[in-house]
Ligand binder design. Structure first.
Ligand SMILES: Cc1cc2nc3c(=O)[nH]c(=O)nc-3n(C[C@H](O)[C@H](O)[C@H](O)COP(=O)(O)O)c2cc1C
Length: 201
């Protein structure tokens, strides 16, 4: 009887050990995710190195898994790696500000997020896609920054012509440009404001 109990205990331990291990692995994964969320920063200086298609695909895929209102997936992402198009987007963006400098800070890639105006939650949906893209970029060792004025650019005749050229039909609004490249700086974050979080207990 005693040996039967011992055998059962050993068997249980053998089953429990991998479970504990799996739980620990899950914990570690969670922490890695939190670390990525905390350490991502807006990058405003890039090397000239073009990220591989494989790496960009990972970032883009993460973008497509952002939550969207009623799961309607109102956004689309246009991945621009072509230098001439990237430069054109940069010039159009600068023109909105009446500036001439490169608002994309030399980043070689621009992921343009647009969203369908006919879906009530489109701005929120597109913003969450932007968040996923930026965090995913950081997770795979790339730098990123949200560059604004996508709405103005894609509402302009030049922007509309680009959408047509890209075969995009429909009522799409520019939500943001997620610039991507290899970081050439590592900025430190501003301290979080003291009253950022308020508990209601
Ligand atoms: C809606 C939005 C628009 C932004 N537009 C720009 C922009 O046009 N140019 C820029 O350099 N940074 C832009 N940023 C980046 C912010 O300046 C940056 O997130 C902020 O300073 C906090 O820094 P962190 O991202 O490193 O935490 C934008 C961010 C958001 C969320």
């Amino acid at each position: 009887m005693k040996s039967l109990l011992l055998t059962s205990l050993m068997a249980l331990t053998a089953i429990a050990a991998p479970l504990t291990c799996a739980a620990q692995t899950q914990d570690m994964k969670d922490n890695e995710t939190l670390e990525v969320l905390k350490t991502r920063r807006s990058i405003r200086r890039y090397t000239t190195q073009m990220p591989s298609r494989e790496l960009l695909d990972k970032v883009l895929e993460a973008g497509t898994y952002a939550p969207t209102g009623m799961g309607k997936q109102s956004p689309i992402i246009v991945a621009v790696t072509d230098k001439a198009t990237r430069d054109k987007l940069s010039a159009l963006n600068a023109a909105v500000m009446g500036a001439k400098n490169d608002p994309f800070y030399g980043a070689p890639v621009v992921l343009v997020v647009l969203a369908d105006r006919n879906i009530g939650t489109y701005v929120y949906d597109g913003s969450l896609v932007m968040g996923n893209l930026m965090n995913a970029a950081h997770a795979v060792g790339l730098g990123s920054c949200w560059i604004h004025r996508a709405r103005e650019v894609f509402d302009s005749p030049e922007g509309k012509a680009l959408l047509k050229e890209w075969g995009i039909e429909g009522d799409y609004e520019g939500i943001g440009n997620c610039i991507i490249g290899y970081p050439d700086q590592s900025p430190t974050p501003k301290p979080r404001k003291a009253d950022y979080i308020r508990y209601v207990e």
